[in-house]
Design a protein around this ligand. Structure first.
Ligand code: CO
Length: 170
């Protein structure tokens, strides 16, 4: 089922999500719905809080280089992630389904190693020094109640807020 995505500055995006305790059918439905919602909106990642569920659950699905598809079996399902290593720095122009049509450079760690649980509760490890590393950091930030535009410089943030208020009549 496709669910509604919260749009900035919805206060719920500021909630610090809770750890998942039970890896049951309800969690699997949440993950399936997150995948459907992300694909429907042409996203490459989604955190549960973006569909109003304050749980430490995120997905990342990098489009296939040849045909741009995002097969479900290649979608990374990450629950209760914990950083084991964060090294180096890089910068990338990021976007977010909760901040539509805004793309801004954000500084991130170049390499990350993360421990997490899969949908069955099994411990897994993922590491990357490529785009996946950036996507994971972006989504984990959501679990901690932050959106990527909070990383902008004071001046850039002010400019963004002004344009955003105008666009949405806030
Ligand atoms: Co996002």
């Amino acid at each position: 089922m496709i669910r509604e995505i919260l749009i900035y500055p919805d206060k719920r995006l500021g909630i610090v999500s809770d750890e998942v305790q039970t890896f049951d059918a309800q969690l699997h439905t949440l993950l399936d719905d997150m995948y459907e919602t992300m694909v429907a909106r042409n996203g490459v990642g989604l955190a549960a809080i973006q569909i109003s569920i304050p749980q430490r659950v995120l997905i990342v699905s990098l489009p296939n280089e040849e045909d741009g598809t995002q097969p479900k079996e290649k979608t990374l399902e990450v629950i209760n992630p914990v950083f084991l290593i964060q090294e180096g720095t890089t910068s990338y122009q990021e976007g977010c389904l909760s901040v539509p049509d805004v793309y801004e450079d954000v500084k991130r760690f170049k390499y990350v190693k993360i421990e997490y649980r899969d949908r069955y509760g099994n411990k897994q490890i993922v590491e990357s020094d490529k785009f996946l590393a950036i996507a994971l950091q972006h989504e984990i930030e959501h679990l901690n109640g932050h959106v990527f535009i909070e990383n902008l410089s004071f001046v850039k943030r002010k400019k963004f807020e002004k344009a955003w208020r105008k666009k949405y009549n806030l």
